[in-house]
Design a protein around this ligand. Structure first.
Ligand code: FES
Length: 358
């Protein structure tokens, strides 16, 4: 075993060390001089760091307790594995489970409510990755996996994995875009191609945080991976980009307080229309008649879910469903009949399918 892996709390020191390093780079680069972060963001992200650390510790303890009670013969069963295969085994399960969990959080409304705060961030930075509700962390399968793998005797591989992941995840949320230099110089572009097909790069993940795909860079309904881009490629959600969005955050943001973001459902938002407000339910707003209008040249996001209150255009209400908006490019001003009933076979244009409606 690598000697340093047995130093007590080495993972915690190195994880914090990675954060300090990237944080120092962001400060030196002057990112915070022009920051529009509100006090709510600072409080939320700082507390979020401790929520993750605390939840992880509780889960490891709970898994050990349950394991010793129910599966005492299996404790340390994989302890004899060589470090590298153990590390690959650990990180592959960790990262694939997190990919699916993250993807489900965008596709199922109850889980989206606990992840939404992550996308409410209007600025990126090292602490953005700690914006999630306590429930999101509690149910995160890879945090449980930390406990299970440790119980099975893979502690050194777990420590290596946690540090490795911390470097990738911190760098992909950071405002230090280290990958830009790979895209800038022609000679380095083949390396960029290889790197982005294995690991998550800052551009790849920032694209996931951009407000909407109307900027031709972002897509919050793609790029769900955390450490490796392999899962997004394998499951059809990869959108490679080498540019960074200029607008981050939710399309419709009522400005919920940090308490509601972090403690939902125990604390609910008092902001009107908030998805984490008391009794909030998505409302179908699909119409019965097309919108006859003149479209100016430009980019439009057509609502396909029917929940937007700004029909027929997307307002971000599709988050928490499997629907995605459709990007519509209009080259020249033209008259159009836009479907609002969502039954058309040629979206976004009306094909008279609304006539089937009684
Ligand atoms: S609100 Fe975005 S697709 Fe309906």
């Amino acid at each position: 075993m690598v000697e340093w892996l047995s130093i007590p709390n080495i993972d915690l020191y190195l994880v914090v060390g990675v954060l300090i390093l990237f944080g120092a780079i962001e400060v030196i680069a002057g990112h915070y001089n022009n920051s529009n972060r509100k006090s709510d963001d600072w409080i939320l992200e700082s507390i979020g760091f401790f929520v993750v650390a605390f939840t992880k510790s509780i889960l490891v303890f709970a898994v050990f307790f349950a394991g010793q009670l129910l599966f005492s013969g299996t404790e340390g069963a994989l302890a004899g594995w060589p470090l590298i295969p153990a590390f690959i085994f650990y990180i592959a399960i960790d990262d694939m489970s997190q990919y699916w969990y993250h993807r489900f959080a965008h596709e199922y409304n109850w889980l989206w409510k606990h992840h939404r705060v992550h996308h409410a961030a209007k600025e990126m930075g090292i602490l953005t990755s700690y914006r999630n509700s306590w429930v999101y962390y509690l149910l995160m399968p890879n945090l449980w996996w930390v406990g299970i793998a440790t119980f099975l005797g893979l502690a050194p591989a777990v420590i290596m994995g946690l540090i490795f992941k911390q470097i990738i995840v911190t760098s992909t949320h950071s405002t230090w875009h280290w990958d830009k230099s790979l895209y800038r110089y022609k000679i380095l572009r083949p390396f960029a191609w290889i790197i982005e097909r294995i690991f998550i790069t800052p551009a790849f993940h920032h694209g996931h945080h951009g407000m909407s795909k109307a900027d031709h860079i972002s897509d919050p309904n793609a790029n769900f991976g955390n450490t490796f881009s392999l899962w997004d490629q394998m499951f059809g959600t990869a959108k490679f980009t080498r540019k960074f969005p200029s607008i981050y955050g939710l399309q419709t943001d009522p400005g919920d307080k940090w308490t509601a973001h972090l403690l939902y459902p125990f604390v609910k938002s008092k902001k009107e229309g908030s998805e984490i407000g008391p009794g909030h339910k998505k409302q179908k707003n699909a119409g019965k008649e097309p919108l006859k209008t003149t479209l100016e040249a430009g980019t439009y996001l057509y609502c396909q879910c029917g929940y937007s209150a700004n029909q027929p255009w997307c307002n971000g209400s599709h988050h928490g469903t499997k629907f995605k908006p459709m990007l519509v490019e209009i080259k020249k001003e033209r008259k159009a009949s836009i479907c609002t009933c969502k039954l058309t076979k040629s979206p976004p244009y009306c094909d008279n399918s609304h006539e089937q409606l009684v």
